[in-house]
Write a protein that binds this ligand. Structure first.
Ligand SMILES: Nc1ncnc2c1ncn2[C@@H]1O[C@H](COP(=O)(O)OP(=O)(O)OP(=O)(O)O)[C@@H](O)[C@H]1O
Length: 346
């Protein structure tokens, strides 16, 4: 039986995210981080741009161009489009897509059907072997948590469409949960608020910019205004609006408290000896959402546990998959189950 550690095959890690796809290549590290987007010409269905290039076409493309977002809540929403996007991004990352052994991160709540769709897409994109790994476990490894020690470790990975939470110890997952809530839900709440309060329709990139610039998970000390242009609901004309950070703080509190409730559930289900370690050593926040101002402070205040932002939080999952690819003797435990259920050779 050929081993997962065969030297003939190139090991590649992929974080196939709702907002961003990242690729790690053995020996080179993270080689690609681009939006999970693909643009097609609707007249002949040909691909005209992928990743960063497709992002440049968002909101500015003519009607004949469609920009697809093939992932939703961390799982594949459009299989064919995902497969094509992955093929392009992989060929940009490695010289040859022959002999690739790929590990992909998936949220713990992904169903078997969703997991199989991810594996199929990876095989179709060129993988010879493919494995799955839970996003939160990868994020913990990518943040250098001592998950192989007899210690309770906890990580919260907040992405665009999904938040994954897990406690880990002795190289395994003690409790893991994920919820279809992430940065995009904060954007949706802001968009809805601006529509109701200021009667404007606001573009997705403007809404995200508002969140990144003045969004805060805790009451901001300075109530900064942010000026933007939206389209008036009544007359369709462009309108300048000033929104304040205190308003955004109130708007995003609801989805953030729903995530907090899930974190509490994971803590409740974690065996007491492991949660005692978490209380002492704290929780690590990863994913793009970890960069939201004050998120660590909010979680720390509400949970009464130290909360730290991981190093390079937005790269934690793909870095963790990369490290798992390298820690050969420990890998089987980390992808436990996936090897037996999902391993397939062509
Ligand atoms: N500085 C910031 N402040 C607030 N949010 C941020 C910041 N930077 C990035 N984000 C948010 O992080 C999210 C993207 O995170 P990430 O790239 O980890 O998600 P993903 O892996 O694509 O999604 P998922 O894991 O849900 O599939 C977006 O919603 C983005 O707006």
């Amino acid at each position: 039986m050929s081993s997962i550690f065969s030297p003939l095959t190139k090991n590649v890690g992929i974080d196939l995210g709702t907002c961003t796809t990242q690729v790690y290549v053995e020996g080179r590290g993270v080689v690609l981080s681009e939006p999970s987007l693909i643009a097609t010409d609707e007249r002949n269905k040909k691909v005209i741009a992928v990743g960063n290039a497709a992002a440049g076409l968002l909101a500015k493309s003519p009607e004949t161009v469609k920009v697809h977002k093939p992932l939703l809540n961390g799982v594949i929403a459009d299989y064919n489009v995902t497969r094509t996007m992955l093929g392009y991004l992989l060929s940009k990352s490695v010289r040859s897509v022959q002999r690739l052994r790929i590990i992909v991160g998936v949220p713990s709540a992904a169903s078997n059907v969703e997991k199989r769709a991810v594996l199929e897409a990876v095989f179709q994109a060129g993988a010879k072997e493919a494995y799955l790994m839970e996003t939160a476990a990868a994020a913990a490894i990518g943040s250098n948590l001592p998950i192989f020690e007899p210690l309770g470790n906890m990580v919260i990975d907040m992405g665009g469409g999904t938040t994954s939470i897990a406690t880990l110890s002795l190289g395994g997952i003690a409790v893991a949960k994920s919820v279809h809530l992430g940065g995009l839900d904060l954007d949706a709440a802001i968009k809805e608020y601006l529509r109701e309060k200021y009667d404007v329709v606001t573009g997705d990139s403007t809404v995200e910019e508002i969140k990144v610039r003045i969004g805060s998970a805790v009451l901001p000390l300075e109530d900064q205004p942010y000026y933007f242009t939206g389209r008036g609901l009544d007359d369709g004309l462009l309108k300048e609006v000033a929104v304040k950070s205190s308003e955004i703080y109130q708007v995003i509190a609801k989805p953030l408290y729903r995530i907090l409730e899930l974190v509490r559930n994971v803590l409740r289900e974690t065996p007491p000896e492991l949660s005692a370690d978490v209380m002492e050593h704290g929780i690590v926040l990863t994913g793009g959402g970890a960069l939201l101002h004050g998120l660590d402070k909010l979680f720390s205040q509400e949970l009464r546990v130290p909360v730290m932002i991981g190093a390079n939080p937005e790269l934690a999952v793909v870095t963790g998959i990369g490290k798992a690819l390298m820690s050969r003797e420990k890998l089987p435990a980390l992808v436990e189950g996936a090897q037996h259920i999902y391993r397939r050779r062509f």
